[in-house]
Design a protein around this ligand. Structure first.
Ligand code: PLP
Length: 357
């Protein structure tokens, strides 16, 4: 049964399996010296521009940490959202591997604001302070919202003005691009390095670190090896990424997952005690719901509780979510809701964007 826990709970797109099958012939030199990797690199140049340098890795955490490692020195600090994957969900990998300081910045509906970033500026001559040098934005955000192109341009201009690098965690970049109706290249304007996600949108496994300005990847191949993300049978990861880009799998799958999130959001609007916690802009539906409904609903189709204090759950749709899955889930939710006297969301619960570390 398909759940709403995460888009990475979905299986593998059959077109990706076909690409893996096609790559599974004969021998090929390992570690990326193969024709699939060359084609993958070319596909990234076509999608993001001729100066692009793309390197396959296995995990999103690896992509994030290595992206930052390529650009930072030990006295630098990273400004990231208080609910970013980097800050919350990487098990301390950035701190351990980078040895650099992360500074969580309050995000409103998942999005960093220039005024809050400006408050973190340090005197660049003060050796007592770790020096912020990189801003990391997540697109789509952790709560499924989107930075508009104008909002991104504003952050990029701030980064340029203060000589910061701009990193984008694009674990769900495809969902953002189709929702904003723009190309992948337009979405990363002003970004220096991108964690390009694909596993959540149909791959078996494979992400990429994508450098968008010449010269920034100078040390990267060594860092990737030291960071244990240099894959020996690279052709199989490269073949997936190449198919994902060149066959427009990214766009097809993201469009479908986003449409399923809209379908789910519309289906619950009239259920008493259930309300959206954030705008549904990509493939995530965040809802506040009565606490008593959570466990029985999870037992039917699993999902995560995002914020226990505020009783906010996260329902993710994926490339393979079907309307039948949603109809069935919503039917059970309706039954549960009708069986009880609903207290509604706890009155003291703050909205998620006000919950800061
Ligand atoms: C925003 C974001 N970034 C990065 C990741 C990378 O995850 P992983 O290291 O599990 O591949 C995830 C996965 O949940 C994510 O949601």
């Amino acid at each position: 049964m398909r759940s709403f826990a995460s888009d990475n709970n979905a299986g593998v797109d059959p077109r990706i399996l076909a690409a893996l099958g096609a790559a599974n012939q004969g021998h090929a030199i390992g570690y990326g010296a193969d024709e699939w990797t060359r084609r993958m690199e070319q596909a990234f140049r076509e999608a993001f521009g001729p100066e692009t340098r793309a390197y396959a890795v296995l995990t999103g955490t690896g992509a994030n940490v290595l992206s930052l490692a390529a650009l930072l020195e030990p006295h630098h600090a990273v400004l990231c959202a208080h609910n970013s994957h980097l800050w919350v969900d990487e098990g301390g990998a950035p701190e351990r591997f980078l040895g650099a300081k992360l500074i969580p910045v309050r995000a409103k509906a998942g999005k960093l604001q220039v005024a809050d970033l400006a408050a973190e500026l340090q005197d660049p001559k003060d050796e007592h302070r770790a020096q912020p040098k990189l801003i990391s934005v997540t697109q789509a955000t952790e709560v499924g919202t989107l930075y508009s192109l104008a909002e991104l341009a504003e952050i990029a201009a701030f980064a340029r003005e203060h000589d910061f690098y701009l990193h984008m965690d694009g674990a769900r970049l495809a969902n953002a691009a189709v929702a904003l109706n723009c190309s992948l290249a337009e979405l990363v304007r002003g970004v220096d390095v991108l964690s390009f996600g694909a596993t959540k949108n149909g791959l078996l496994c494979g992400e990429a670190v994508v450098f968008l300005r010449p010269g920034l990847d100078r040390r990267f191949k060594f860092l990737r090896k030291q960071g244990m993300q240099l894959i020996s049978k690279m052709r199989f990861v490269s073949a997936q990424l190449e198919a994902y880009l060149s066959q427009q799998i990214w766009a097809d799958n993201a469009r479908h997952a986003n449409a399923m999130a809209q379908y789910l959001a519309k289906a619950i609007v009239d259920i008493p005690g259930v309300e959206l916690a954030f705008e549904v802009e990509s493939n995530a539906v965040f809802v506040r719901l009565p606490t008593a409904l959570i466990a029985p609903l999870q037992a039917h189709r699993y999902f995560y509780v995002w914020d226990e204090r505020a009783a906010i759950a996260r329902w993710m749709t994926a490339f393979d979510t079907q309307t039948d899955d949603i109809d069935d889930f919503v039917e059970v939710l309706r039954q549960l809701a009708s069986q009880q006297t609903l207290p509604g969301p706890a009155p003291h619960s703050p909205p998620l964007h006000e919950v800061c570390p």
